[in-house]
Design a protein around this ligand. Structure first.
Ligand code: TYD
Ligand code: MG
Length: 458
């Protein structure tokens, strides 16, 4: 039944944006608890609008001409690489991350770089006063007349300033603070966030400027609010800290103009974010006096970049009851499978042992090609014998204990050679057509048992 005139309220899920006529404890569409918030429904005379409206006539694929838009390189190498080689005019980028991670710092640095390369930027802050923004810029050594600052939260006013000043890029810090005055709902509510983003998308596509939108992620790791934007923006970047909190990892989660799964590594310094151009060094432990038992180095791919990572394991006798398996940075089920293979196929007695596995540097390794390194770390810990030094382990382990080929072996070997590794233990099946880089000796093996001989021999 519809009541005429009186404005109705709906209960909108702040996680997925779905509306319900009455309050419920659990959202029926995304199953999240306690996410429904009462909002005024949009006035009925305002036509419901789809989030992305692009309409064109039917055109043959061969007749479509691509505009000759050029990527703009910012000169901040890690940032450019994540975006696929630079910033696209007419695109919209969402940068998400926990409060205090360094989103504003990164964007101010990007703004400074773009501005000094003939790409004027309007930096709009809804969170900080002009003085605070200027304070950060000074700290970052950014003095540039081509960076315009604005402290504003009303979207209509922001769009007006864009029209007047015609920058080539707009930074909006953050999407949770802006609002459209004709909409019900407080800034940061799903309705506001979605409508404001749709408006900004039209701006980006309409006048061909690059729009960067910053968004806070909640402690639980979900982008409350901004998560509903993931499908309308062109690129989604997430900024995370690794465990020691000094380094920051920028990830491309979605990218219409370039690769995903890329990571860029930065270090937070007194003068802003500095690029870490050789992150492998970061994820490798330092061992002055040889490699301790229970460690093995693998070469994992993060996007197109190989990263050398150390896997550590500790094996100790189970005191009572069930043996524990505790892992960090690797998949639990994968580790359990490798423990079973080591037990059944390689004759290691792990049935009554607690096994711990950890990847240094807080990285998550989800590739099967890390299997061999994980298995070797566990075996080395169990046998209390160190693996040979300067050795990298690559290969997927099958249930029969056989080793399988890994993709992009050449790139991984290159990275290992670059960091001074002298031996790579690899599946024989992977060797076809691979030429080892100079200084790196390849040791082809067929089974896990064969690979473990390098450990037990010592
Ligand atoms: P900020 O960019 O404000 O985070 P966000 O926008 O994601 O909330 O950065 C916050 C932290 O970065 C803050 O705790 C101080 C630190 N920082 C530095 O260590 N060095 C610097 O040069 C700057 C500008 C910030
Ligand atoms: Mg900020």
């Amino acid at each position: 039944m519809k009541t005429k005139g009186a404005s109705r309220t709906v209960f909108r899920c702040q996680n997925c944006g779905d509306a319900q006529p009455k309050w419920l404890g659990q959202c029926p569409s995304c199953n999240q608890w306690n996410t429904l918030v009462e909002e005024k429904e949009a006035p009925p005379d305002r036509p419901a609008r789809r989030l992305t409206e692009f309409s064109s006539a039917v055109t043959k694929l061969s007749d479509v001409t691509v505009e000759k838009a050029q990527r703009k390189v910012t000169g901040l190498g890690e940032f450019d690489r994540i975006l696929g080689g630079g910033v696209w005019p007419g695109s919209m980028v969402l940068l998400g991350g926990a409060p205090g991670i360094g989103k504003s710092t990164l964007m101010m640095q990007v703004a400074g770089r773009l501005a000094s390369r003939d790409y004027p930027v309007l930096y709009v802050s809804g969170e900080e006063s002009l003085g605070q923004v200027k304070g950060r810029a000074t700290r970052l050594n950014i003095v540039n007349d081509a960076v315009l600052l604005l402290s504003e939260t009303n979207l209509e006013n922001i769009l007006e300033v864009v029209r007047q000043n015609q920058p080539k890029a707009l930074v909006l810090d953050s999407i949770q603070t802006v609002y459209k005055s004709d909409l019900a709902g407080a800034p940061g509510s799903v309705g506001q966030v979605r409508e404001c983003a749709a408006e900004l998308l039209h701006l980006a596509k309409g006048i061909g400027i690059t729009v960067f939108v910053l968004g806070h992620v909640t402690k639980e790791g979900d982008l409350a609010g901004p998560r509903v934007l993931e499908h309308i923006v062109d690129t989604v970047l997430y900024f995370e800290a690794e465990r020691q909190q000094v380094h920051r990892i920028l990830r491309a989660f979605k990218n219409r103009f370039g690769p995903t799964n890329e990571i860029g590594v930065f270090e937070m310094t007194g003068g802003g974010l500095a690029e870490v151009s050789n992150p492998s060094e970061l994820f490798l432990g330092e061992h002055e006096a040889g490699v301790p038992a229970g460690t093995a180095v693998i070469a994992a791919m993060e996007g197109t970049r190989p990263l050398l990572v150390e896997v550590q394991s500790l094996v100790s006798r189970t005191l009572f009851g069930m043996p524990r398996r505790q892992v960090a940075g690797v998949d639990y089920n994968r580790a359990a499978l490798l423990i079973a293979v080591l037990d059944k196929r390689c004759g290691l007695n792990l049935e009554s042992q607690d096994v711990y596995v950890n990847v240094t540097g807080g990285l998550q390794v989800r590739e099967p090609s890390a299997d061999l390194g994980i298995a070797v770390a566990i075996a080395s810990a169990c046998l209390e014998k160190p693996a040979p030094p300067k050795t990298v382990w690559l290969g997927e382990v099958g249930l029969g204990g056989e080793l399988r080929a890994v993709p992009q072996l050449g790139d991984r070997l290159q990275e290992a050679a670059k960091l001074g590794f002298t031996r790579a233990v690899v599946p024989r099946a992977a060797l076809k057509g691979v030429r080892p880089p100079s200084g790196l000796e390849l040791s082809p093996v067929v089974t896990l048992t064969e690979a473990l001989e390098f450990v037990s021999r010592r």
